[in-house]
Design a protein around this ligand. Structure first.
Ligand SMILES: Cc1cc2nc3c(=O)[nH]c(=O)nc-3n(C[C@H](O)[C@H](O)[C@H](O)COP(=O)(O)O)c2cc1C
Ligand SMILES: O=C(O)C(=O)c1ccccc1
Length: 377
């Protein structure tokens, strides 16, 4: 519980929001790395739409309610988290700052919100686990086409005590990203994103038995197994029976897929178009959120991501039926300043959310529903 008079505690010596960090990132980091983070697939229609989707709704406040205390904490998968958002899985973070995912995880830990670690991280599952003593650690799985390597990653996640698996299903193959194609850029070329494979005993035994492969040969081996276009509901069903870890499926936009996943026994769904980086012209997640919520019922954990930049965006997503949101690029722009920059972005976002909840007349995020929003078109 935070008193609202604390929220105007603004440090004017640092960028005021993630947009300002974005402009700094554009100046500060390698042009190709910035292009990789910032851009989307194809015409970037979905990328643009992800931001515009939030402009289609306005907020309808209630007045004369006691808003001296506003609580933005929620319970997700049985654990209390201090704000209704998570750090989305973002791979290759050392292309922004040497501390990469470790800095982001530490900032998450400080904020008391879950960190979702990408498969293609530059720090291992075990290293990130150690950076999150007080906040949930979710491991995002790119289900490798090599079953044994896949099993090994899942076993490591279980053994190190992660709180959940987040399985991304909107990447049977990589979206066509023209900015990266023009730059001939793939972030793994910098050495980023390989830690979970290089530290994996099964991967090493199978692909590097003599320990003599060059880094470039190792990169090729990883890229060969990273994507799994043959993945189906059947494989997921088998995993559901084999692991006790909660499973959250990321990258669902169709309500019937959502229902099928729920029936299969997964523990939550993230409605997402991968930040506009995969299927070009994929529908904006907010446009399908209410339908997906109606399909899975009121108490099934449902998250959404793509284009969340402000507290008011979080309010709209929650009012339309999400339990929480994920943020991707905003914290990655903050990462130009390492852990400090990520902390700054998170604290600004929570302040913005806190202020706007109070102005909306809401003292607890659980009160949000469609009566607080209006279609602006
Ligand atoms: C640079 C970058 C790398 C990403 N890497 C992954 C990843 O490894 N796994 C994954 O499931 N999603 C990945 N995503 C997608 C994010 O998890 C998330 O869905 C998206 O960034 C949300 O949109 P936003 O950036 O507008 O907040 C990545 C996104 C970006 C921008
Ligand atoms: O960039 C991405 O969005 C992403 O998810 C990814 C994952 C693995 C390899 C390349 C890109």
């Amino acid at each position: 519980m935070q008193q609202i008079n604390e929220v105007n505690d603004i440090d004017l010596s640092v960028p005021i929001n993630s947009e300002t960090y974005r402009e700094l990132a554009r100046e500060k980091i390698d042009k190709k790395a910035f292009g990789y983070i910032d851009s989307g697939s194809g015409s970037e229609w979905s990328l643009v739409e992800n931001i515009k989707q939030y402009h289609r709704y306005s907020l309808v406040p209630r007045v004369l309610r006691d808003v001296t205390a506003v609580d933005q904490s929620i319970t997700l998968l049985g654990r209390e988290i201090r704000a209704p958002y998570l750090l989305a899985p973002v791979g290759f973070q050392t292309i922004v700052h040497d501390d990469g995912e470790r800095a982001s995880a530490q900032a998450s830990n400080h904020a008391g919100i879950p960190f979702v670690q990408s498969t293609v991280s530059s720090y291992t599952i075990e290293e990130i686990r150690a950076a999150l003593p007080d906040a949930p650690h979710y491991f995002q799985l790119y289900w490798p086409s090599d079953v044994e390597v896949c099993d090994s990653l899942i076993k490591r996640a279980e053994a190190s005590g992660v709180d959940a698996l987040v399985i991304t299903v909107d990447t049977p193959l990589l979206g066509r990203r023209e900015v990266d194609l023009a730059h001939a850029y793939f972030p793994m070329e910098t050495g980023a994103g390989m830690a979970n494979f290089l530290s994996d005993p099964v991967f090493q035994a199978k692909y590097n038995p003599t320990g003599t492969l060059t880094e470039s040969a190792l990169k090729q081996a990883i890229q060969k197994i990273l994507f799994h276009p043959g993945l189906t509901f059947q494989a997921l069903k088998k995993l559901r029976d084999e692991t006790a870890l909660p499973i959250i499926i990321k990258g669902v936009l169709n309500k019937d897929d959502a229902k099928e996943l729920q029936a299969l026994g997964v523990d939550g769904i993230i409605v997402s178009n991968h930040g506009g980086r995969q299927l070009d012209s994929a529908v904006a997640p907010l446009d399908v959120l209410a339908d997906v919520r109606a399909a899975v019922g009121p108490s099934f954990p449902l998250l959404v991501d793509g284009g969340v930049r402000r507290g008011s965006d979080i309010i709209k997503a929650l009012a339309l039926g999400a339990d929480a949101v994920l943020i991707g690029r905003p914290y990655i722009y903050g990462l130009i300043d390492g852990e400090r920059g990520v902390r700054q972005v998170l604290s600004q976002l929570s302040s913005d959310l806190q202020t706007n909840l109070a102005l909306l007349g809401v003292t607890d995020v659980s009160q949000l529903d469609q009566s607080y929003i209006k279609n602006a078109e």
